[in-house]
Design a protein. Structure first.
Length: 197
C-alpha cells in the first residue's frame, strides 16, 4: 500500500497528493501532468481524479493552498511596525521572496489562460485590503482614488515580479530582491515625480 493510500483520512490523503503535486510542479513547471503527479504520489490516475476531478481541479487546489500561505505572509508584512514606507517595502519584499522561492509554482498558477479563480480572488482580495490600508493611512473613507491606487500597486508589483523572474535566474540582470523592493517602494513614494522636476 502506498504512503498516500495508507493515510488515515481523506483530508490527509488530499494533502499528501498536493505535496506530490508541489514536487512535480517544482521540477516540471507548466509541463506538470496528472500522470506525473500520480506517479510521484504512488497512486493511480483515477485516485487523483477522484480527489480533484481533473487538472483544473488540482490546479485550483494548489492555488488555494499557496494563496492562503501567501496571505499569511503578506498580512504579517503589512502589520510590521515602522513608517508606511517601511510597511510597503516589507510587503513588496515578502511578495517577491515568495515568488522567488517557488518560481515554477508561481508560473504554473499564473502563466495560464485558465488562471485559477483562487489566484484571481487573491489579487482582488489583496487590492481590497490595500484599498482599506491606503484609506486608513490617509484618514479617509475608501473611495475610487484609493481603489485605483491599490489596483495599480498590485498590478505594478505583479508585473515587475513576472519580469524579474523571467529575465535571469538571479533576477533582472542580477538585480537583488531587496534592491527591486526598494526601487518599487521608491516609485510608490514619489521617486519618479521627484526625479523629473
Amino acid at each position: 500500500m502506498t504512503e498516500a493510500l495508507a493515510l488515515p483520512d481523506r483530508s490527509a490523503r488530499r494533502a499528501a497528493l498536493l505535496d506530490a503535486a508541489d514536487r512535480v510542479v517544482a521540477r516540471e513547471g507548466l509541463a506538470a501532468s496528472m500522470a506525473s503527479v500520480a506517479a510521484e504520489a504512488g497512486v493511480s490516475k483515477p485516485i487523483l481524479y477522484r480527489h480533484f476531478g481533473d487538472k483544473g481541479g488540482l490546479t485550483a487546489a494548489l492555488a488555494e493552498r499557496h494563496t492562503a500561505r501567501l496571505w499569511e505572509v503578506l498580512r504579517a508584512a503589512l502589520g510590521t511596525s515602522g513608517t508606511p514606507r517601511d510597511r510597503v517595502e516589507a510587503t513588496v519584499g515578502a511578495y517577491l521572496a515568495a515568488i522567488e522561492a517557488q518560481p515554477q509554482l508561481y508560473r504554473f498558477l499564473t502563466a495560464r489562460e485558465d488562471e485559477p479563480e483562487q489566484v484571481r480572488g487573491f489579487t482582488h482580495g489583496l487590492a481590497a485590503l490595500l484599498t482599506r490600508g491606503i484609506a486608513l493611512e490617509l484618514g479617509v473613507a475608501p473611495g475610487p482614488r484609493e481603489q485605483v491606487w491599490a489596483r495599480g500597486i498590485v498590478g505594478m508589483v505583479q508585473a515587475t515580479g513576472d519580469w524579474w523572474l523571467g529575465t535571469d535566474p538571479r533576477g533582472a540582470d542580477g538585480l537583488a530582491r531587496e534592491e527591486l523592493a526598494r526601487h518599487l517602494t521608491d516609485l510608490l513614494f514619489g521617486a519618479y515625480g521627484a526625479a523629473t522636476r
